[in-house]
Design a protein around this ligand. Sequence first.
Ligand SMILES: [Fe+2]
Length: 338
Amino acid sequence: MVQRIKSASILVVDDDLGVRESLKMILMDKYYVSTASNIDEAIDSLKIIEPELIFLDIKISKENGLDFLKQIHSDKSNIPVVMITAFPSSQTAITAFRSGAFDYIIKPFEPSEIYTTVERALQHRIESYEKDKLVYNLRSAVHKNFFSTTESLLLAIDAKDSYTAGHSKRVSLLFGLIMKELGMNEAQIAKLRYGAFLHDIGKIGVRDDILTKTDDLTEEEFFLMKQHPEIGYNILEPINFLKEALPIVRYHHEWYNGKGYPHGLVGEAIPQEVAIFSVIDAYDALTTDRYYRKKYSNQEAFKIITEGIGTQFMPILAEKVLSIIKKCCEIWHLGGSN
Ligand SMILES: [Fe+2]
């Protein structure tokens, strides 16, 4: 005897044993069919296996099938649900469709009608799965394109200011390692690292002669330089998926004592991830050659940052970050020579 491979699983939820049994008889040759006589049983069944299709009675004893339909769609939005009713009315149909039903059938039903409905519902499920996959792929492509575009922008900044070349990549890498060491979860780190990577993107709006000046900046030049966090924020603000990363871009030059820029935030008003990042940003800047000075050694950089705790950097947090940076330096020989 040839065993037919069943192609999908179907859950029938109805308080009428006759309906449950007749649907089972009609469908069991081609599909796996499980049944539930009330909503609690249906919930238990859904915990064990997610069916490809649900037949759901509109009125199950005293329970309302339409309420359960809404619950199903809030948890498992892509399972098509076919409502079953013995009392058809246009209002019932409208309510069912508005609640997200795929279709509805009227008792008593013909096997051919059931077959057609099941085929259509399963086809719909495949199509909606394909659509979700397409949307996912498109989103991934947008992310990928976005980052290759912003990377090009950062390369353009590096080209304007060759002494900071590679700074964005280094600080975002170190930021990720330190956040992990501080116990932050991977998903959150991934979002915040965009901020570290893009923190100086606003320099694209600062004049080249200011970025590359070897002497002290004039008051006017420093005023223009101080605009870069806000310019960066304005560039990235419309991009929804960067929302959590924006404070790093906007506030990475704020100081704990309120004497930073552009907003003069004081103390705990500076978000913690920004306070962490500003130590890393300072460490990388200090241990890199600049137009206006040679790089400092690691020990000199640690000393300068330690002296800045309580004025530029947030106490306790900055000490923790610094001790992790020191550990990283020992392992990977980062930064200037000791
Ligand atoms: Fe900056």
